[in-house]
Design a protein around this ligand. Structure first.
Ligand code: NAD
Length: 262
């Protein structure tokens, strides 16, 4: 199997930071034409510049994945610039922690919209391009161990990440005749801004120290007490993007230092 992307056009949402940013870097190093699609255009532009300065091909696109028109326009801009879309990594996400009984409907809708509306809208637009060209492609969703497991305080996140499994499995069935594969990456905890923000919040909610949040909550069920890294996740995202047949589709792969074993 080739582990290169050979000019494949890869849209990565939420690629201005954290996991998405590292995936964009690894894809560019593997020869992909990488689209940094993010709410934060300044940060996305800075990432695209870093990649082009390093000899890669990249462009930034302003995209709020919850906004239908911005997704339609963003994907159209990519097709106008690069001619097609071969790989989508639906990665943009947020976390909001609260007990179910304290969760507001506004927060619930905000989180569900980013994770699920965003995954649906970007999938629809990218699949439309792939199907129109009768071309194969890879659609990768950023799930979580929380696609398979629940944790206290994370009702909306757990519901959204479980929901991605259903979307991926449906896309795998509908996309098969075109060679469009859909899979879900399910990381354990990765030190990114999303997690760094949660540590003091969980310490406060649970009434324990930040050190205990890391050791006794986040990494408690791993085999070795280690965080998963952005490199680990990006390497799996490269493997899935480069994999060429329908043999690997409709799957969810946990990458979590053994926190989740399926
Ligand atoms: P991060 O906060 O570092 O990056 C998230 C990015 O998404 C940011 O650049 C942000 O601007 C962008 N974004 C937020 N809302 C958006 C919107 N509406 N439209 C477009 N872009 C938007 O977070 P991260 O840790 O890199 O998380 C990336 C993904 O990985 C998320 O889906 C998250 O749920 C998932 N994940 C993270 C971890 C972890 O431990 N960090 C574990 C499992 C899964």
């Amino acid at each position: 199997m080739k582990s290169t992307l050979d000019g494949k056009v890869c849209i990565v949402t939420g690629a201005a930071s954290g996991i998405g940013k590292r995936i964009a870097e690894v894809y560019a190093q593997a020869g992909g034409k990488v689209v940094i699609a993010d709410l934060n255009l300044d940060a996305a532009t800075a990432v695209a510049k870093e990649l082009t300065d390093a000899g890669g091909q990249a462009m930034a696109v302003a995209m709020d994945v919850t906004d239908e028109q911005q997704v339609i326009d963003g994907v159209a801009k990519v097709v106008a610039q690069y001619g097609q879309v071969d790989v989508l990594v639906s990665n943009a996400g947020i976390q909001i922690i609260n007990k179910v009984t304290d969760f507001t409907l506004t927060d619930w809708r905000k989180l569900i919209a980013i994770h699920l509306d965003g995954a649906f809208l970007t999938t629809r637009e990218c699949m439309r391009d792939m199907e129109k060209r009768k071309a194969p492609g890879a659609i990768i969703y950023m799930g979580s161990v929380h696609s398979h497991e629940a944790s206290k305080l994370k009702s909306a996140y757990v519901a959204a990440k479980h929901g991605l499994l259903g979307l991926a499995r449906t896309v795998a069935k509908e996309g098969a005749e075109f060679g469009i594969r859909a899979n879900v990456i399910c990381p354990g905890f990765v030190r990114t801004p999303l997690v760094d923000k949660q540590i003091p919040e969980q310490a406060k909610e649970l009434g324990i120290s930040e050190d205990d949040v890391v050791k006794k909550v986040m990494l408690k069920d791993t085999v070795d007490g280690e965080f998963t890294t952005v490199d680990d996740v990006a390497n799996l995202a490269l493997f899935l993007a480069a994999f060429e047949t329908n043999a690997l589709t409709g799957q969810s792969i946990d990458i979590s230092h053994g926190w989740m074993m399926l």
